[in-house]
Design a protein around this ligand. Structure first.
Ligand SMILES: Cc1cc2nc3c(=O)[nH]c(=O)nc-3n(C[C@H](O)[C@H](O)[C@H](O)COP(=O)(O)O)c2cc1C
Length: 171
């Protein structure tokens, strides 16, 4: 069972990246930083000159996909939202690829300033995973608003990682 973590943040070494780095070591996951890829916003013509198609092909090789996003204005980062919108291509134009997402496990790593995110933050991801037929294993959210450090979040991150390790054993 292979796990990929997809980081969508305005900074590749920020708070969300710290969570990604920690969890990727625990579950031996490969990390894909969206800042390293050119991904155009969705358009209805399906005409792009970017890296989404090749990135999607690589990601479809994994059993578990973890999305990692900071909370920007109670929502996903713009980088993550553009990536999610483009998954529509896999459903509309390359249906076979969209179907390959079914049955994969999914998770969410998130960071923010608030101690807890509003329900709508996680719900957007949860409903998207559900629509895609993915098995959502939950979110690990870490607050950095009170100058917290990573070490204050490692217990929760260990629990999160454990779910993916368990999914790997069952697979
Ligand atoms: C544009 C922007 C919007 C933000 N909106 C929120 C928000 O709605 N709620 C919140 O708790 N924190 C918010 N924050 C704080 C970030 O979520 C927090 O600092 C996060 O850990 C940053 O992660 P990063 O280093 O990966 O960017 C915002 C930060 C930015 C830059």
């Amino acid at each position: 069972m292979k796990t990929a973590i997809i980081l969508g943040s305005s900074r590749s070494n920020g708070n969300t990246a710290k969570l990604v780095d920690y969890v990727s070591r625990r579950v031996n996951a490969d990390v894909y930083d969206l800042n390293q890829y050119r991904i155009e916003p969705f358009n209805y013509d399906n005409r792009y000159q970017d890296d989404f198609g090749s990135l999607a092909e690589q990601l479809l090789e994994y059993d578990n996909l973890v999305l990692a996003s900071p909370m920007y204005w109670y929502s996903a980062s713009a980088q993550m939202k553009v990536f999610l919108d483009r998954i529509s291509d896999l459903l509309d134009f390359e249906k076979g690829k969209g179907r390959q997402l079914r049955g994969k496990s999914a998770g969410l790593l998130a960071s923010g300033n608030d101690s807890t995110p509003p329900e709508c933050f996680e719900q957007m991801f949860e409903l998207t995973f559900k629509y895609l037929g993915m098995n959502y294993l939950g979110m690990s959210y870490a607050s950095f608003g009170q100058s917290e450090t990573l070490s204050q979040h490692t217990l929760a991150l260990d629990e999160f990682a454990y779910q993916f390790q368990s999914a790997a054993k069952q697979g």
